[in-house]
Design a protein around this ligand. Structure first.
Ligand code: AHM
Ligand code: MG
Length: 337
């Protein structure tokens, strides 16, 4: 039988990567496979969300005080389930859970990694058939192996991430993950139920023409951000005309598009939310890591996101991410105002 060896599955790819590190233990490959498995289960539920009574509010409010959708809970329990039963993860932190979960058992206490995730971001879009996603970041624990992991393991700056990624449940389902070696994308092939390598060594174009921001909050932004948005709309003919504004309100979809096509995504501080809306540990840090490996940039308007020393599991930050030259341009406007 002829087998197309050009098509690599997620497992085959991570194992291939492993072969070039003779001392690697395979724990990271295992962890990525576990996340891929949870994602496939979430994908099945997302796809039938319109058919069964899994849509809508679960009637609870999460630790951020927001309504929880049923699929959020499902996605969270799938991730916690696979990672706690796996061999690579000592504990997790999730947008849906107030505190970290320490997998205090013999195998997990020996595990090298901890994982932070937003199980289903953009869940306000579930009811209206818009793309949503899962976001994750993986860190090597700083506490000694052989013991339960601790909160310190989770409060590391994003630069310490070993891997970070996201799954987008969209017109097709894709998993994109980065290690320091590169960013690669895998599209779920429903015929075999496997993520297969489709986007090799993703690079974010240095220039872009898309800006993504919630215009409804315009008058709450700082002068620098307002002026930058104005400039995006007033680009001259010579510079190729105004930029295109695209904002889905589902960060995974917005940032994924800009990563591939070139663009900038902004969730600035507002008067109502002086620290921004998005969460540093499991929403911004993973994307900042992916963007930087792909050649892009990510800041809070002043600081590089990956350098921020976290103090709280659920802390928020203003967030700017995208093509390097657009980010440089934005910084000029912020610095001048
Ligand atoms: P969530 O974690 O409650 O789903 O919120 C995060 C989402 C992001 O995906 C998106 O970029 C942002 O909230 C949109 O917020 P807004 O509606 O204020 O523009
Ligand atoms: Mg979220």
């Amino acid at each position: 039988m002829l087998v197309n060896r050009k098509v690599l599955t997620l497992d085959e790819f991570t194992i291939q990567q492993l072969r070039s590190f003779p001392h690697a233990t395979g724990e990271l490959s295992n962890l990525l496979r576990d996340i891929g498995l949870a994602a496939k289960r979430v994908n099945v539920e997302v796809n039938k969300a319109g058919l069964v009574d899994i849509l809508g509010d679960a009637g609870a409010v999460n630790v951020q005080g927001e309504d929880v959708k049923k699929l959020d809970i499902f996605a969270n329990s799938q991730l916690v389930g696979v990672l706690s039963h796996g061999i690579s993860c000592a504990g997790i932190g999730s947008e849906e859970l107030k505190e970290i979960v320490v997998f205090d058992d013999e195998v997990s206490n020996q595990s090298k990694y901890i994982c932070l995730f937003d199980p289903l971001d953009g869940s306000g879009n579930i009811d209206v058939n818009v793309s949503i996603g899962t976001i994750f970041g993986v860190y090597r624990r700083v506490s000694p192996k052989g013991q339960p992991c601790t909160k310190k393991d989770f409060l590391q700056p994003g630069i310490n991430q070993v891997a970070a990624g996201y799954i987008i449940y969209g017109s097709s389902t894709m998993m994109v993950y980065a290690t320091r070696r590169g960013v690669n994308g895998f599209t779920l092939d429903p015929s075999i139920g496997e993520f297969t390598l489709s986007h090799v060594n993703i690079k974010c174009p240095a220039e872009g023409r898309i800006y993504s921001v919630n215009h409804g909050n315009f008058f709450q932004y700082s002068d620098g951000v307002k002026k930058y948005i104005d400039a995006c709309q007033k680009k001259t003919k010579a510079s190729g005309g105004p930029y295109t504004q695209r904002y889905i309100g589902s960060m995974v979809a917005d940032v994924h598009r800009n990563l591939i096509k070139g663009g900038i995504f902004m969730y600035p501080a507002t008067l109502e939310r002086p620290n921004g809306k998005l969460r540093l540990l499991y929403e911004c840090n993973p994307f900042a890591f992916i963007a930087e490996v792909a050649g892009g940039k990510a800041t809070d308007g002043n600081r590089r996101i990956l350098d921020i020393e976290p103090t709280e599991l659920h802390q928020r930050t203003p967030f700017f991410i995208g093509s390097s030259s657009m980010m440089d341009d934005l910084q000029l406007y912020i610095n001048e105002n």
